[in-house]
Design a protein around this ligand. Structure first.
Ligand code: ADP
Length: 490
């Protein structure tokens, strides 16, 4: 299987969020399962070719792309990863990609990502590499399904190529004016109210991808269903409903090397299922570090999160005095909106024996909280996949989460399913519902045997990328079964 994976960010080269982690891990996992994978991304100014040992490709020099009336020429840098054989192609055009941020509100933001997509197709043509799958990610690469069917369909190289669009967060839709369509080389006559390129009078990259992709997926099954509703669809629910039979959910995996309690270099005591005593020593180390008193019998609730409205911490605010009456401690690591940062700072000042807050981004402390806490809290308003609940399960830290998106697909409520529950969930977005879930967790905590069983269930979870990659291979097979006749009917 030949897979062309196109992305606007990819670990270890450039990262702003979860897409970079997926782009770093999934191609490698696919390659380990036998796929041949080429990854395409921009050469941002922050990616140092020397540091990453990139090679300038002489045969792919000064390749022209037409963006409406404008013509630009790009170069290509290359690297092949030794262990997996994954090949990386970096699109080099400094006027577009040497900016202070990788995503901008500059007037040529559309052109920056049109170039990425045209350059990908042009490189494939030069290489004469028959991609079976063109895997697109988020709006920055969402024109490619339409390119395959309408702009590059004259080239027989692509006759058997099918497209997959992965939506990592429906909130970002690449919406521009009609003029942008004129820069893409896609047919203007398809722009009419409710037509494939039109979205409320504008041109949307993401809508284009949703309409033309052979199959679509999001990063959890529940989020795939949720985004078809007005509450979660951010206006795209109607378009998504028209593609519902081609819309799937596949959970992201977890990087087993970075997050593994047996080997984690950031925690003072490594541990496993049979050695839970060492987890307790991490709890003690965590509390010492944050200047809180340690008591084995006091449950510690951990939070590691961006402090933004998506994450649901406005539910905690009205509960705090009531919560702090319980025998419990809470440790919060995060950074984000000033009002939430201040709330958590204030909580630590008000309850110095029970509450500790660290504002900032600190990977080492994130690992220590995940290992040292007893309970991990994620009351998200929405959560496409979520990583922290998977980390906490693997670390035997029992999650309390709102039942949405990827949280609903990974955390099973202990009271609803005593035989297989691995955490506590609540559905209604309300402080009361959150309080009740936390109370259920706190009241089970002293029951040592039951709690240990809960921890162990989590620690046995399989969130490997191998498992996710196997599902992506099945998704690719589904896409390949789409006939070219169906393509004509779009
Ligand atoms: P999102 O991508 O919406 O922020 P995820 O749960 O998918 O949420 O991933 C968040 C990632 O960022 C996790 O790896 C988490 O540990 C990390 N993270 C978030 N905030 C911090 C922080 N303040 N310090 C260290 N790591 C953090």
């Amino acid at each position: 299987m030949n897979v062309c994976f196109v992305t606007s960010e990819c670990v270890p080269f450039v990262k702003t969020g979860g897409l970079a982690d997926v782009s770093g891990a999934l191609p490698a996992a696919l390659a380990r399962l036998g796929a041949k994978v080429k990854v395409f991304l921009p050469l941002y100014g922050t990616i140092d070719p020397e540091k990453f040992d990139l090679t300038f490709v002489e045969d792919l020099k000064n390749l022209p792309v037409q963006l409406g009336p404008k013509s630009v020429s790009f170069n290509v840098w290359y690297r092949q990863d030794g262990p997996t054989g994954v090949e990386y192609y970096f699109i080099d055009y400094p006027p577009y990609y040497h900016r202070s941020k990788i995503y901008t509100s500059d007037p040529d933001e559309d052109e920056r990502f049109i170039l990425l997509q045209d350059a990908t197709m042009i490189i494939l043509q030069h290489l004469r590499w028959p991609a079976d799958i063109l895997h697109c990610n988020d709006w920055q690469t969402s024109l490619l399904p339409a390119y395959l069917k309408m702009k590059y369909n004259w080239d027989q190289l692509f006759t058997h190529t099918r497209s997959v669009l992965s939506i990592h967060n429906i909130g970002y839709q690449g919406i521009f004016g009609y003029e942008t369509l004129l820069k893409t080389g896609l047919p203007e006559y398809e722009f009419y109210p409710t037509g494939p390129f039109e979205f409320h009078g504008k041109f949307s990259f993401l809508k284009t991808g949703i309409v033309f992709a052979d199959v679509i997926n999001t990063v959890s099954e529940t989020y795939a269903r949720e985004i078809q509703t007005p509450e979660y669809g951010a206006g795209m629910e109607g378009v998504l409903q028209t593609r519902k039979t081609d819309l799937y959910g596949i959970l992201n995996g977890v990087d087993n090397h970075g997050w593994n309690p047996r080997t984690d270099p950031f925690i003072p005591y490594n541990y496993n299922l049979r050695n839970l005593r060492s987890k307790l020593m991490n709890k003690q180390a965590l509390l010492e570090r944050l200047n809180l008193p340690f008591n084995e019998r006091t449950p510690v609730i951990g939070v590691v999160s961006r402090l933004v409205s998506q994450k649901g911490f406005d539910l905690v605010q009205p509960l705090l005095p009531r919560l702090m009456k319980h025998r419990l401690q809470m440790v919060v690591l995060g950074t984000g909106e000033p009002s939430l940062e201040n709330f958590f700072r204030q909580a630590a000042a008000t309850y110095p024996q029970q509450f500790a807050t660290h504002i900032g981004f600190n990977n080492e402390l994130a690992h220590l909280i995940t290992a040292g806490a007893d309970i991990f809290l994620m009351p998200s308003r929405y959560e496409p996949c979520g990583l922290n609940q998977m980390y906490s399960l693997m670390y035997g830290t029992v999650p309390v989460v709102r039942k949405t998106g990827g949280l609903a697909d990974t955390v099973i409520d202990y009271y609803e399913h005593p035989d297989r529950g691995n955490g506590f969930t609540f559905k209604e977005y309300s402080p009361v519902a959150l309080y009740q879930a936390l109370e259920r967790a706190i009241s089970l905590f002293p029951q040592k045997a039951a709690w240990r069983e809960l921890m162990k269930r989590g620690m046995k979870s399989d969130f490997s990328w191998k498992r996710s990659a196997q599902k992506y291979l099945q998704l690719y097979e589904t896409a390949l079964r789409k006939s070219s006749r169906e393509m004509d009917l779009v």
